[in-house]
Design a protein around this ligand. Structure first.
Ligand SMILES: Nc1ncnc2c1ncn2[C@@H]1O[C@H](COP(=O)(O)OP(=O)(O)OP(=O)(O)O)[C@@H](O)[C@H]1O
Ligand SMILES: [Mg+2]
Length: 424
């Protein structure tokens, strides 16, 4: 190894004769050499230089070699410099003590030059290899982290784009027949009115006993009165379908490349609508009530599709937590202490942020897992029910992609509250 020859070796030795012998020999072998004549002086010099290896005498005035070594190993900047103790041949106890203090080897006095050189070379080589290994390990760790990150991004965009595509597709499919019904309803209402007027003419001017009997049979008066109501409610129904279609399209706006001004409440509302099937009453429990307390928010420049995904993750988690809390409770018990999700929005006092709070009265989050819930792939749900991606993606969207923050407040048994802040 070429660079080994430029290695700097520090000799810590109080005996000037020994120090001189070692100094001359190592220098002649091509090393740069530095001598300190006791432990204190060595520690002082080490604040300025960083040798590749230290040859350390044990018996010295002042702090001895063991204490010097202990202090070296305590200090971050000197911890990794290999230390070779120099000890008298017979001192087995010293050798063992030195090694337990972190020394890599020992050489015995009186010195055998070949022995010293061989050990110095071996440990320099080992040290370099170790450094290389550590560097590789650090590179590997960084690569793994990067890979994880990219994988998460991929999953995020994949999850969102397939959901977005699906929702956009459904919205489109609904839109066509809804438009068709809506258009025809206008004519149907007009035709109906004409027919009703026409029937009234018959009734008044051309009624035969047969017609009168039929009118009675079909309860013509009620029919003529009820028919317009029916058409009106059909009209309302089709308007609802159009609203749903608009909501679905709002939800599906996964503009991933540029931020656009977005009405956060539209995003939350459309997400709630998409989750409606999970909120409504079923055999085992009454409906989960969603209580909205919306402040006066400005539009926020954001990746709308991503924020909708955040609302989806948080609301779906809240529903999961409520369902879990219902296990073992009867319909009546749940009715007495009903499930709810509260969504509260407001502008913060300093007017620089908006805050969105989503709170449920489910089981809450135990303290011991609170710090883990935002981790990639952390889940407490059964296989197939949860992947553990929801909150880590949510965190990434809020913190990295929007410069906001997300926190959780939860007391076990008393539900959870997720608080998002986004810069305006
Ligand atoms: N509102 C909540 N109440 C209680 N625990 C929650 C709540 N939200 C999240 N958690 C806990 O945090 C964990 C991680 O949530 P996260 O959304 O990341 O994954 P998941 O819901 O398990 O799976 P998915 O990838 O399908 O979202 C959950 O498994 C659950 O233990
Ligand atoms: Mg989840």
């Amino acid at each position: 190894m070429l660079s080994d020859k430029q290695n700097l070796i520090m000799i810590v030795e109080d005996n000037p004769v020994n120090a001189k012998v070692l100094f001359e020999f190592l220098q002649a072998s091509g090393f740069r050499v530095l001598v300190a004549k006791n432990g204190e002086s060595a520690l002082e010099k080490l604040q300025l230089v960083s040798p590749d290896l230290i040859l350390l005498d044990i018996m010295m005035p002042g702090i001895d070699g063991f204490e010097t070594c202990r202090r070296l190993k305590e200090e971050k900047s000197t911890r990794d410099i290999p230390v070779i103790f120099m000890t008298a041949l017979s001192d087995v106890v010293d050798k063992v003590k030195g090694l337990t203090l972190g020394a890599v080897d020992y050489i015995t006095k009186p010195f055998q030059p070949e022995d010293v050189l061989a050990r110095v070379n071996v440990h320099l080589k080992l040290c370099h290899l170790n450094q290389k290994l550590e560097q590789r390990a650090a590179e590997l760790t960084a690569t793994v982290a990067q890979l994880k990150h990219s994988q998460q991004r991929l999953v995020e965009s994949e999850k969102m784009s397939s959901l977005g595509q699906l929702v956009a597709g459904i919205a489109h499919e609904i839109n066509n027949p809804a438009g068709f019904i809506e258009g025809n309803l206008t004519y149907a209402q007009k035709y109906m009115q004409d027919l009703i007027d026409h029937i009234h003419l018959y009734k008044n001017q051309a009624s035969t006993p047969e017609i009168a009997q039929h009118a009675k049979k079909i309860d013509l008066d009620f029919l003529l009165e009820d028919f317009p109501h029916i058409l009106t409610s059909m009209q309302q129904g089709v308007e609802r379908i159009s609203d749903i279609s608009v909501s679905l399209r709002t939800f599906a706006r996964a503009d991933s490349t540029v931020k656009i001004p977005f009405n956060i409440h539209d995003g939350i509302d459309s997400t709630i609508l998409i989750l409606k099937h999970r909120l409504k009453a079923c055999e085992t429990r009454p409906a989960i009530e969603v209580i909205r307390n919306y402040g006066n928010l400005p539009e926020v420049k954001c990746f709308a599709g991503q924020l909708n995904q955040v609302f989806m993750n948080l609301l779906a988690n809240a529903i999961d937590a409520l369902e879990e809390s219902n296990e073992g409770r009867s319909y009546q018990e749940i009715e007495k202490n009903p499930n709810y999700i509260k969504v509260k929005t407001n502008v913060t006092e300093d007017k620089n942020f908006i805050s969105i709070k989503i709170k449920d009265n489910g089981l809450g989050i135990p303290d011991e897992i609170k710090s883990k819930i935002f981790e990639h792939l952390f889940t407490t749900k059964a296989v197939g029910k949860g992947t553990g991606l929801g909150l880590s993606i949510t965190h990434q969207i809020i913190v990295e992609n929007h410069g906001g923050s997300i926190e959780v407040n939860s007391l076990q048994g008393h539900g959870s509250e997720f608080v998002i802040t986004l810069p305006i």
